[in-house]
Design a protein around this ligand. Structure first.
Ligand SMILES: [Zn+2]
Length: 461
């Protein structure tokens, strides 16, 4: 199969965080899974475009299909592909004529059967509907329903629509509810929404409406008052609704507390690493960064805390034994007098020379900046000088830092290393590990036994 990937940046879809890079990555993985060769990638930017504007990549793709350059197509979801029912009908025609294979993430878009066509048409019109302003009439109907505690026209994720004592009632759908509760528990335990979404997708757990979990939709699901049997309208809890509670009030409150914790929001610049080796340890299969995952329960099975590869997802190992091995190795090394002398032997001789060199580089940067300001060199030349000098400067700063003792390695090494290590904050431990060693986690061999040799440690110093 010669496949093309189609991705579109769009503002009108449910989740604006779905970047184009992410779409392409997911589609590439899907192609690999199917054994399709990706020969073209088509990307359109729809963000600022009016609806009638042509999409150049889309047009190019249609003509490539027409000419047989590609005979398969992968999109993240059907709503990325078409914006109007007419466009969809064009694709359906073309797929018919050219015998085009189509796939979305985790699924097949089978336009060769009436059922497949119907599904695509319904999805297309649902997507359109969602992007349109709700009419006043509908809004009024919703208000009335909300006030009477009656559910909307479909059961929310986690519930099944039934009837109880002559009334429409949403009862808990255990399978979906378990996913929500797991996510809530993991979120409360400190994992990020994004990490939980990634994990749900890795495990192939379908999201409501689509196959893909987005941070926006998961967050919204966790915060729904319906989770504890309450109904909200225009931002206010207005009473009980016709639904059984899906989680305990205390869990629900904890989720809310973390989500709206002002301290956390203030510090929410990127996720903080909670584990000793997350993003430090590398995957022995693809070289990708490993991430840590908290222990959790799934389908009443206890899953221990693990490291997993964030890139290929092929390696997943229990966290604690790995942390133990690395801690053991690093403490032994820190206690080794040779390390201390290796790190501090040059304090007297080397330091002045390094400082001199650093001053020299700084002066060159200053001169370049002056020249640029005076117009004697171009911005391009200035940039080249910078890219040459700045890395050297950083390296010098690092070395000088070592020698001046600002390096935490020196403060943790020597006698009593084990005790000092145990008392050091996680961030310092992580810094010392990444300065001193590289850790590669190899795939587990046959049998369930933990083999320490499959954790490869290399010393940098
Ligand atoms: Zn990997």
């Amino acid at each position: 199969m010669k496949a093309g990937i189609y991705a579109r940046i769009s503002q009108d879809t449910f989740d604006t965080t779905l970047g184009v890079q992410r779409q392409i990555e997911d589609c590439t993985r899907e192609a690999k899974r199917r054994g399709w060769e990706v020969v073209e990638t088509y990307v359109d930017n729809d963000v600022s475009a009016t609806r009638s504007k042509v999409r150049p990549a889309y047009v190019r793709m249609m003509s490539d299909i027409e000419q047989g350059h590609i005979n398969a197509m992968i999109v993240w979801d059907i709503d990325r592909l078409t914006r109007t029912p007419r466009e969809l009908e064009d694709i359906i025609d073309l797929a018919d004529r050219m015998n085009l294979s189509m796939a979305n993430i985790g699924g097949e878009i089978d336009l060769s059967t009436p059922q497949g066509k119907l599904t695509a048409r319904i999805k297309g019109s649902v997507a359109r509907h969602e992007s349109e302003q709700m009419s006043r009439r509908l809004k009024r109907a919703f208000t009335q329903r909300a006030l009477s505690g009656k559910p909307h026209s479909y059961a929310p994720y986690g519930f099944t629509r039934t009837e109880r004592e002559g009334e429409v009632w949403d009862e808990v759908n255990e399978e979906q509810a378990e996913v929500i509760r797991e996510a809530a528990n993991r979120y409360v335990a400190g994992e990020s929404i994004r990490a939980i979404c990634t994990d749900l997708m890795r495990r192939g757990i379908p999201a409501p409406k689509t196959n893909n979990w987005s941070a926006t939709s998961l967050r919204q699901i966790l915060l729904r008052p319906v989770n504890i049997g309450l109904r909200k309208h225009n931002g206010e809890i207005i009473g009980k609704c016709n639904a059984d509670p899906l989680m305990s009030e205390s869990l629900f409150n904890q989720v809310n507390a973390r989500m709206f914790d002002p301290e956390r929001i203030k510090h929410a610049q990127g996720p903080k690493n909670k584990y000793l080796l997350s993003t430090i340890a590398r995957c022995g299969k693809c070289g990708g960064k490993m991430a840590g995952q908290a222990k959790h329960e799934f389908n009443s099975k206890k899953i221990p805390s693990q490291y997993y590869c964030k890139e290929c997802y092929k390696i997943r190992r229990k966290r604690e034994p790995i942390d133990e091995i690395v801690t053991g190795a690093i403490v032994a090394r820190l206690g080794d007098p040779k390390l201390v002398s290796a790190l501090s032997k040059d304090v007297t001789g080397e330091l002045p020379k390094l400082r001199e060199r650093m001053d020299g580089l700084k002066a060159r940067l200053d001169i370049a900046a002056d020249n640029f300001a005076e117009g004697t060199i171009t911005g391009e030349q200035m940039k080249r000088i910078n890219t040459k000098i700045v890395p050297d400067l950083d390296e010098l700063k690092r070395k000088i830092g070592h020698l001046e003792g600002t390096n935490p390695i020196l403060s943790l090494s020597g006698a009593n290393a084990a005790e000092r290590w145990a008392n050091a904050p996680l961030e310092i431990q992580r810094k010392v590990i990444s300065e001193l060693m590289s850790v590669v986690i190899m795939p587990a061999g046959a049998g369930g036994k933990f083999n320490p040799e499959l954790i490869k440690i290399e010393w940098k110093v």
